[in-house]
Design a protein around this ligand. Sequence first.
Ligand SMILES: Cc1cc2nc3c(=O)[nH]c(=O)nc-3n(C[C@H](O)[C@H](O)[C@H](O)COP(=O)(O)O)c2cc1C
Length: 267
Amino acid sequence: MKVLVIDGCGRKGNTWELTQCAVDAIRGKYPDTVFEELVLAKINLPLCTGCSNCFRLGHEACPHYGTMKDIIKKIDDSDGVIICSTTYNFRETGYIKNLFDHMCFMLHRPYFYKGKALVITTAGGVGQAQCAESIASSLAGIGFNRCYKSSFASVSWNAYEPREKDIRKITQAALKFASDAASGKLHSPKLKNLMPYNIMRGMGQHYTSDSEYPTMDGIWWTAPERRNAAYFPQVKISVFKRLFGSVFFALGKALGGFKNTKVTYRK
Ligand SMILES: Cc1cc2nc3c(=O)[nH]c(=O)nc-3n(C[C@H](O)[C@H](O)[C@H](O)COP(=O)(O)O)c2cc1C
C-alpha cells in the first residue's frame, strides 16, 4: 500500500510527533507500506491568484499547474493520504488552506473518488476538532471517499509528549484508516455529499461549449460517462440514492437555468 503524508505544518513539532505515531502504527501492521512525504512548507506553492482559469478553462490553465499537477498525481497514485495540520486560529494552517484553494475547481467537479484520508490536528487546547472538520469537509467536497479524523490538545508550545491515551487514540485511528485504504473498498456516499455533487451536475448542463458562457464545468458534466450518473460511475450506489441524486440534479438544472443565476465572465 502507498500512503502519501501531506505535512501542512510550519514545523516538525507536536502535530508531526503524532503523525509519526500514526506512521509507526501503520508500518507495524502493514510492513510493506511505502510512505511518501510532501512538506507543503517546502514546495513554494504560490498563493492562489483567483484568476478562475481552473473553473472556466480547466486546471491545466492554472498559473501554478506545474506544482499542482505533481500534487494531484501523488494523491492519485496513493491508496491513502495522511494530512496533518497545526491549528492556527481554530482552522488549518495557511499551507493547507492554500493547497485547497488551488483545488476549489474540484468542488465544482469532484475528482478524487477513491481517496481515503486520515486528518491529524493539534491545538493548544481549543479548535483542534474544528480544524480537523474544516480539512475533512474540503476533502469530502473534492470527492474523497472516506475521511478519518483524529485531533488532540497538546497543552504545550514546545514540550508536548503524547500521553498514553493520545497514542492509543492515534493508533486506533491510523489502523482504521489503513485497513480501509488497503481494502480499496469504495463506500457509498452520504446523502449530504450527493447533494452538492448533483447540484453541480445539474448546473453544469448550462455551460456547454455551445452555450453563452462555456466552461470546463459544462464539458465535464456533459461527458457521456457523467451526464446521467448520480455519482462517480466507479462507485456503486443504491436505487434510492440514485433517485435522491436525480432530485438534486433537477434542482441544480432548474437553478442554473434562471437568468440571474447564470455565471457570467468578461470574454
Ligand atoms: C499562530 C498560532 C495560532 C494558534 N492558534 C491556536 C488556536 O486557535 N487554538 C489553540 O488552542 N491553540 C492555538 N495555537 C497553539 C498550537 O495550535 C499548538 O501549540 C499546537 O500543538 C502546535 O503544533 P506544532 O508543534 O505542530 O506546531 C496556535 C499557535 C500558533 C503559533
